[in-house]
Ligand binder design. Structure first.
Ligand code: GLY
Length: 363
């Protein structure tokens, strides 16, 4: 069986990511292996669509195996990733009697994972939680690394905590029900790993045969790229859990991505699509600074576009771009910091990028 385990080494907060096609069908066994006994209450948090596909099945497994589980569905979409949804989760946690020994399971994409993780970080000053991501984006990025958050009206993920999951279980079979556009958006994060640290992954993604296998959701190929992506993420997070330094390179393409999501309205672009445009902008700034070649910029653009991702910069106002960038969490001591490529497989963090270098890309 093609089962992969990736350790996220964080001392007493270390955990494993288990990657296997069909693992959801063995979830009770997997939970018992990591100490989630039948005495411990489980609150599964999901949304209606994912619950219809996998949540009910999961609850039936729990029922058949005498686990005490309850499911709570949050509304889908970025606009519900807020304090109101969190309060609803706390109400359910109280009614269900979730105690310090209980566990939250996040079943879904990045929004479900981020909100559930923050609920777990804060309920009774912190309880254990498990990530079962069902989108490519959450598999390769948000389910690993312990960033949890809800949005504030003034900005994305402004209210949050670092709280590592107890374990992450990834079943690539769940990608079969993911809309193609969302799959492609997840590929933006996979390509990101290629550019920031993994040239071999970048080259793997460029090969036509591999691309076709991925687009056709061939498990073996999916496992290959998810495994590589998580290995890179684990390597970086284990060096800098709280993003004091190197972890910021995982935000490649994200500063401008957040600007685009914010100014174009959440919903016009999926997160991964905005990151794709953001990577193209970062790549252009790197040309201006003489960090990498036009050929490398074109390779990145071509790869993003070959997975049907947008790279064209939308028409947005310069002043608004500056306002959003200054409000971003990535500003430190009043200085904007940008992750820029030095070549395929290598990036660095720069805090000396003149405004004029990037504002020229906006109207
Ligand atoms: N998504 C970037 C990080 O986890 O640091």
């Amino acid at each position: 069986m093609n089962k992969k385990k990736i350790l996220v080494p964080l001392g007493d907060k270390s955990y494993e990511v288990t990657l296997e096609a069909g693992i959801l069908d063995n979830i009770c066994e997997e939970l018992l292996k990591i100490g989630i006994t039948k005495k411990r209450k489980i609150l599964v948090i999901s949304n209606e669509e994912i619950s219809n596909l996998y949540g009910e099945k999961l609850l039936n497994y729990f029922k058949d195996n005498n686990f005490q589980a309850h499911i709570f569905l949050i509304k889908p979409g970025e606009s519900y990733k807020n304090l109101k949804t969190l309060t609803e989760i706390y109400d359910v946690a109280f009614e269900f009697g979730l105690d310090r020994n209980s566990v939250i399971i996040a079943l879904g994409g990045g929004i479900v994972g981020d909100v559930s993780g923050f609920a777990a970080a804060t309920w009774l000053r912190g309880i254990e939680y498990i990530q079962i991501p069902t989108t490519l984006l959450s598999m390769v990025d948000s389910s690993v690394g312990g960033k949890t958050a809800v949005n504030h009206p003034k900005g994305k993920n402004l209210i949050g905590a670092f709280h590592q999951p107890k374990a992450v279980f990834i079943d690539p079979e769940t990608l079969k029900s993911l809309p193609k556009r969302e799959f492609n958006a997840g590929m933006a994060e996979v390509i990101k790993y290629g550019v920031i640290q993994d040239k071999k992954l970048f080259e793997f993604l460029e090969i036509e045969n591999n691309k076709n296998a991925l687009i056709n959701l061939t498990n073996e190929y999916l496992i290959e790229i998810i495994n590589s992506s998580i290995k890179t993420k684990s390597f970086i997070v284990s060096q800098d859990e709280h993003e004091k330094g190197i972890r910021a390179i995982l935000n490649y393409g994200h500063s401008f991505g957040h600007v685009i999501e914010n100014l174009c309205g959440y919903g016009k672009y999926l997160h991964g699509e905005a990151i794709s445009i953001g990577m193209n902008i970062a790549g252009k700034i790197a040309i201006e600074k003489g960090l990498w070649s036009q050929e490398e910029l074109e390779k990145q653009k071509h790869l993003l576009e070959s997975y049907d991702l947008p790279t064209e910069i939308p028409k947005i106002n310069k002043e608004d771009v500056l306002t959003i960038l200054m409000g971003d969490k990535k500003v430190r001591d009043g200085k904007m910091r940008f992750v820029l490529p030095k070549g395929i497989g290598e990036v660095d963090i720069y805090d000396d990028v003149e405004d004029s270098l990037f504002l020229k890309f906006f109207s």
